[in-house]
Ligand binder design. Structure first.
Ligand code: ASP
Length: 439
């Protein structure tokens, strides 16, 4: 059994958290390859080291004195080193970073030092080898990620190593210039390492016990999801549920390596297992509920629309030409509604409306803003009668008017549009009917 374990910033925010991480890694010999993030927030209102680094580098670029800011970052690491009783110093590294910042080594380089330094501490603490991600995670000259070369470099470097620490979030071009992934990108590094060593499991340790059935800011103490498929996860993430960086899925999914989301503060919880497919039926009919607020429905109405060849295409083309992405498109015989993100649409609103009028000469165009979309997702819905019925009766009982319904033919999700004011109540009503009152 071979596992890759990635630890997020909150799992490594201070020495106390490092000790929990050490205990987790030592508990199983199979936890051989470790991917750390930079130290995150120690308490609410604290600043992540990555953000401190970006700010410090900005000061350096503006030509002001950044020494104090860098000292504060050094102190964050020193606190961890002291708390772990390590006889280990980052003084030389900080001298080099000071020099590199003064020479404007780049914002990506600056941010990457968070993971680089944390990786060094982690390797010293565990007595594992340290591998600088700049040597094994490759970016092309144009800044795009080079998956093939990375896989080759990582596999080659790790093939004879029983253990290693590989910092997350960054890599480098062939000339050595450091490049980072987007924020939260250590998840991607973990996935790349798991693919390269053909791990049996990629454990992603964070501060929640996996994915929850609903947003805890809306539903009180929601239950967590035991097993979820990649497809279900995609539906839920698209609708706002976020625990894992989206790009972390592709490398392991392709190789059939499951991801296990675990909680560093509650290692006894089994967390959520993400798999390609499973015969395990979820405990409830649904796997999860997620939603996003802030949509506009643009409803175009024209008598005999359905017999006018190319009508829909012409309308959609207008949105495409204006760079506005379409989220959903429910239609009737003489109407089509285009659901778009309000912020994206607002900027182009007048232009798009004028173009619709000019191009397809509709009888009427109506705008309905303040719309929220809720996705009820679950592989269990396919084999269960009455799911839609239960959704609508739950919403009716909660006095919520359904503005739109969209069920994909995969029967993996049902999307419901409700008014912004009803958004939270609708999610609570759905959670209640499917989770709390389910026998
Ligand atoms: N430290 C980086 C961030 O704050 C990357 C990561 O944590 O995954 O975004």
């Amino acid at each position: 059994m071979k596992k890759v374990v990635k630890f997020g910033g909150s799992s490594l925010a201070n020495a106390e958290q490092f000790k929990k991480v050490g205990a987790i890694i030592r508990a199983e010999e199979s936890r051989r390859y470790v991917v750390p993030s930079a130290p995150g927030k120690r308490f609410s209102g604290d600043t992540k080291v990555t953000d401190m680094l970006y700010a410090c580098y900005e000061t350096a670029v503006s030509g002001k004195d950044f020494s104090d800011q860098l000292v504060q970052i050094h102190e964050r690491y020193q606190e961890i080193i002291d708390g772990l009783n390590l006889s280990f110093s980052l003084d030389k590294d900080f001298e080099k970073i000071h020099e590199d910042f003064a020479n404007r080594a780049g914002a990506d380089y600056a941010a990457s030092r968070g993971e680089f330094l944390n990786g060094k501490i982690m390797a010293a603490y565990l007595a594992f080898d340290f591998i600088d991600a700049a040597e094994v995670v490759r970016f092309n000259d144009d800044g795009s990620f080079n998956a093939e070369e990375t896989n080759r470099l990582l596999a080659d470097r790790l093939k004879d190593k029983p253990n290693a620490v590989i910092p997350g979030f960054y890599g480098a071009k062939e000339n050595g210039d450091v490049v980072t992934f987007s924020r939260g990108g250590s998840d991607i590094t973990g996935s790349l390492v798991a693919l390269a060593v053909r791990a049996d499991l990629y454990e992603n340790w964070t501060d929640v016990s996996g994915f929850l059935i609903a947003d805890p800011r809306i539903v009180k103490k929601p239950k967590s999801i035991e097993t979820i498929t990649y497809k279900e996860l995609r539906e839920l993430s698209y609708m706002g549920a976020s625990v894992l960086h989206e790009d972390a899925i592709f490398p392991v999914r392709k190789a059939g390596i499951p991801i296990n989301i675990r909680n560093t503060n509650r290692p006894e919880d089994s967390g959520t297992l993400i798999v390609e497919s499973t015969c395990r039926q979820p405990k409830y009919t649904i796997t999860g509920i997620a939603g996003t607020d802030g949509f506009v429905a643009v409803t175009v109405e024209k008598a005999m629309m359905n017999s006018e060849v190319g009508f829909c295409r012409k309308v959609l083309q207008i949105f495409e030409d204006n760079g506005v992405s379409i989220e959903h498109m429910p239609s009737g015989i003489d109407t089509m509604s285009i659901l778009v993100n309000k912020d994206a649409f607002e900027e182009k609103e007048q232009k798009i409306l004028a173009e619709i009028n000019d191009t397809v000469h509709p009888d009427h165009v109506e705008l309905d803003s303040g719309l929220a979309l809720i996705a009820v997702v679950g592989r269990g819905m396919k084999s269960t009668r009455g799911t839609a019925g239960r959704i609508f009766s739950a919403l009716a009982h909660a006095h919520i008017n359904v503005k739109m319904i969209d069920q994909g033919s995969s029967e993996l999700n049902i999307i419901i549009g409700v008014r912004h004011e009803d958004f939270k109540d609708a999610i609570r009503a759905l959670y209640e009917i499917f989770v709390l009152t389910q026998i």
